[in-house]
Design a protein around this ligand. Structure first.
Ligand code: URA
Length: 210
């Protein structure tokens, strides 16, 4: 994974300026088939930042993160955990939808390390702008993008991780599952159990900010 330092500074500025600059991003090839960039959204003074993987089909069309099925599940879990989404800065590791076309359908494709690395400049700038006290990583791609190494979710979830101060401020990280993982679980019992564990992680996230 290339460090964002290798790419040099992008467009230090406000979130609105960053979001605007990202519309012109050509750091990797994913911009071309995608409809538009899906930048993060939320208040600049958010204390919690949530990082996902990449926009899905609905996010690509709407231009907003986590508005599709995974987003609805995330909303529900946040609500149960007592977290108000409008107070959280929600973003993704990769800001364009990567997909394979199958007929008329666009099937999610996993971003590779080059794409995650190329896009990490934007996440770095978002972190610099927001300086969240807590950064919640949803799934392995987010954990890799933030921590810069391979992360086994089951081993590292549910406990605070001290993050280096590179982006200003003392920041903690928390790894948990990605909501899409919950949607993919085949059996109902596992789904309920894993969903409860996800909500428990989000409750922990909330309590870390109290
Ligand atoms: N999955 C993600 O990781 N991010 C989104 O914005 C939507 C689905």
């Amino acid at each position: 994974l290339k460090l964002e330092q290798e790419y040099g500074p992008v467009h230090p500025g406000s979130l609105a300026e960053l979001a605007q600059a990202a519309t012109e991003c050509r750091r990797c090839h994913l911009w071309e088939p995608a409809t538009q960039v899906v930048f993060g959204e939320g208040p600049q003074d958010a204390r919690m930042m949530m990082v996902g993987e990449q926009p899905g089909d609905q996010e690509d069309l709407a231009g907003r993160p986590f508005v599709g099925p995974a987003g609805r599940l995330l909303d529900q879990a946040m609500k149960e955990a007592g977290i108000e989404r409008s107070t959280v800065y929600v973003t993704n590791s990769v800001k364009h939808f990567k997909f394979e076309a199958r007929g008329k359908r666009r099937i999610h494709a996993k971003p590779d390390l080059t794409e995650i690395g190329a896009c990490s400049v934007w996440l770095a700038e978002e972190r610099r702008a927001v300086k969240p006290a807590l950064l919640v990583m949803l799934g392995a791609t987010a954990a890799r993008a933030v921590l810069g190494r391979t992360v086994t979710i089951s081993r590292e979830r549910s406990r605070p991780i001290a993050l280096p101060e590179t982006f200003g401020g003392n920041s903690q990280g928390l790894v948990t599952v990605h909501p899409s993982y919950l949607l993919r679980l085949p059996d109902e019992e596992a789904k309920q159990r894993e969903y409860a564990a996800f909500v428990a992680d989000l409750r922990l996230a909330r309590s870390l900010l109290e």
